[in-house]
Design a protein around this ligand. Structure first.
Ligand code: ATP
Length: 231
């Protein structure tokens, strides 16, 4: 279980996260919603150690990760796909996956399991990743993160700007990931997407998690969405 407890963090003198408490369970999709600037991306960066926690703790299965240097956090089982993907553009699909595999010593078995989730990538192993479509690039970014065999996968708006058929494919894959036991934390703004995928939703406002609900307590017309996201 990933636990964020009482975390305050920010950029230089600017405090963004204020006493954030948040958890994500294995085999579940936990969505993080909130208006622009609420602090969702900063929370992801803080979990990864890219924005250091000034107070509080981030733990994975009881092990503190907030005191680790950022480059060691993925080795402890937390993988991150930031907004904008950040692939190694001139490298092929296969080479991008190899980078992910090398980071934690994953072998052919891991590679095969990941490609089983993304058959489109298996057909394009030798294609230079910058020539992939936007949706395929997003798939590759997720696939590369999964090559780390993470316990926790952080996805920051993975379907932003993609066409509907691609959005559907990526959402189906995220739901399928639950079977692997990974705890997925998904920053997602669209209500229908959250209703389709989430087991739990945490709403953020002004740098704090103001409410966390189980999916069974949400409905499309729920006041929570209007209150917290303005839809
Ligand atoms: N590198 C930075 N330096 C200073 N302030 C930053 C930096 N990155 C983000 N912020 C500020 O932190 C606040 C939270 O930003 P963040 O990107 O975490 O919000 P968000 O909820 O992910 O927003 P969005 O939905 O627009 O992506 C904003 O006020 C933003 O201006």
């Amino acid at each position: 279980m990933l636990r964020v407890e009482g975390v305050t963090a920010g950029y230089g003198p600017v405090t963004v996260l204020r006493d954030v408490t948040f958890a994500a369970r294995p085999g579940e999709v936990t969505c993080v919603m909130g208006r622009n600037g609420a602090g969702k991306s900063t929370l992801m960066k803080c979990i990864m150690g890219l924005v250091p926690a000034q107070t509080g703790s981030v733990t994975l299965d009881g092990v503190a990760v907030h005191s680790l240097p950022a480059h060691r956090v993925p080795l402890h089982g937390i993988a991150y796909v930031p907004q904008g993907r950040r692939l190694f553009g001139p490298m092929t699909v296969d080479e991008n996956l190899s980078v992910g595999l090398l980071a934690r010593g994953g072998g052919a078995e891991v590679r095969n399991a990941v490609l089983d989730l993304f058959p489109r990538l298996r057909e394009r192993l030798d294609q230079v990743s910058s020539t992939l479509s936007g949706g395929e690039q997003q798939m590759l970014a997720i696939a590369r993160a999964l090559c780390l065999e993470p316990k926790v996968l952080l996805l920051d708006e993975p379907t932003e700007g993609l066409q509907p058929s691609m959005i559907r494919l990526i959402q189906e894959t995220i739901v399928k990931l639950k079977e692997t036991g990974v705890a997925t934390v998904l920053v997602e703004q669209r209500v229908e997407a959250v209703l389709r995928m989430a087991d739990q939703v945490s709403f953020m406002a002004n740098g704090a998690v103001v409410e966390t609900l189980r999916a069974s307590d949400l409905t499309a017309t729920a006041v929570q969405f209007a209150d917290h996201v303005g839809v």
